[in-house]
Write a protein that binds this ligand. Structure first.
Ligand code: SF4
Length: 177
């Protein structure tokens, strides 16, 4: 939210791309997609959705620590750059750069590598000072606020595992996912 406000205030022409195979389980993936839809509607921006959640690929890397996160950034940046290049964009960036909890250097490395592979620029903004403001905006819009980073490993490491799994099971029971 906060990065979008800054870019739009500069008069930048932005579109959104949602590709998060690292979000597990499906109930959480859907919540984060719903947030992206709300943000896109609020700012009247086009949102491109590339579906799919791949729990197995992240589970396989459960013991890889920081390398799992590097894989995660690479995977998402590559698809973003591919989409951007195929649709006439000059540059890409990532809302991950607003978070003080993410590995900024690893994100930038993945972003630059992916952008270069497709002849694009990666915009390595430092939006971290906007993190709290972004949270306030999310609250104002009534957005769901994530409780863990996203992958099944980060969920298992959190105290929300039982709660999220119960919510996920309810959706399966109701035949909604
Ligand atoms: S902890 Fe976050 S950045 Fe790291 S692999 Fe999981 S979802 Fe990706």
């Amino acid at each position: 939210m906060a990065p979008l406000e800054l870019l739009l205030a500069e008069g930048r022409d932005c579109e959104l791309f949602f590709f998060n195979p690292n979000i597990h389980p499906a109930v959480e993936w859907q919540r984060r997609l719903d947030n992206a839809v709300t943000a896109a509607e609020h700012y009247q921006l086009l949102l491109h959705i590339y579906p799919g959640s791949d729990e197995a690929a992240w589970r396989e890397r459960a013991g890889d620590g920081k390398e799992r996160c590097a894989f995660c950034y690479r995977t998402r940046m590559m698809k973003t750059a591919e989409f951007a290049a195929n649709n006439g964009f000059d540059s890409i960036s990532s809302s991950l750069l607003v978070s003080p909890y993410q590995d900024r250097e690893s994100i930038i490395e993945a972003g630059k590598t992916a952008a270069a592979a497709y002849g694009l620029e990666f915009e390595a903004h430092d939006w971290r000072e906007q993190y709290r403001h972004g949270q306030d905006l999310a609250r104002e819009l009534g957005l769901y606020r994530q409780k863990y980073c996203g992958c099944i490993v980060s969920l298992e490491d959190s105290k929300f595992y039982d709660k999220v799994c119960a919510e996920h099971a309810k959706l399966i029971e109701a035949d909604l996912i």
